[in-house]
Design a protein around this ligand. Structure first.
Ligand code: SF4
Length: 180
């Protein structure tokens, strides 16, 4: 894709600290049923986070939504902090990305929508049900909650990513800002 097709959005992201990003066609993300299955079977938080499955559209609807956008920004976040500092790191970046989405929206891209890099933890402990969400205007699903196979998708765009075998290893996280 063109280097910076919507320069205003690129500038907002850079100023928010997300300079490691790449413009992509959202439909180039791989959306797979297996990703949803991993949420349903194996995730200890299944049903306990208001931004995650089962409180999200069907896999088919997720794929449809991506196809409605001609552009998006794949954002790489390198998490290099020790394991016991990861929750505040996630919260801080979650807040920054939600605010960046708001700024992009206000700049005239009314469809701006964030698929975040981590399940919403803005409140620390989630209430579980969307109807009880304390900050619904900040609640956003993750790429994984949208059934995006993050591993295959980011590798396709030149990023390297692998499964971490130890909690102490640094983590590569990715978010997708849909912009139009
Ligand atoms: S804002 Fe709070 S209650 Fe709402 S989804 Fe996020 S963590 Fe849960």
């Amino acid at each position: 894709m063109e280097r910076d097709p919507l320069p205003v959005a690129g500038t907002i992201l850079r100023e928010a600290g997300f300079s490691d990003h790449l413009w992509v066609k959202p439909s180039s993300m791989t959306v797979s049923q297996w990703v949803r299955m991993k949420c349903m079977f194996g995730c200890p938080d299944y049903g306990k986070n208001a931004s995650c499955p089962p409180h999200v559209p069907s896999v088919w609807e997720c794929r449809e939504l991506l196809s409605e956008y001609s552009s998006g920004v794949l954002i790489h976040l390198a998490c290099n902090v020790p394991p016991d500092e990861r929750d505040p790191w996630c919260r801080k970046n979650q807040e920054l990305l939600v605010e960046a989405e708001r700024q992009i929206f206000l700049a005239g891209y009314e469809r701006a929508f964030l698929l975040s890099f981590d399940n919403c933890n803005i409140c620390g402990e989630c209430v579980s049900l969307p109807s009880d969400c304390r900050m619904p205007y900040k609640r956003r699903p993750t790429m994984e909650a949208f059934a995006i196979d993050v591993y295959s998708s980011v590798r396709r765009h030149g990023y390297s990513i692998s499964v971490r075998k130890d909690r102490s290893e640094n983590i590569d996280r990715f978010a997708l800002m849909l912009v139009e």
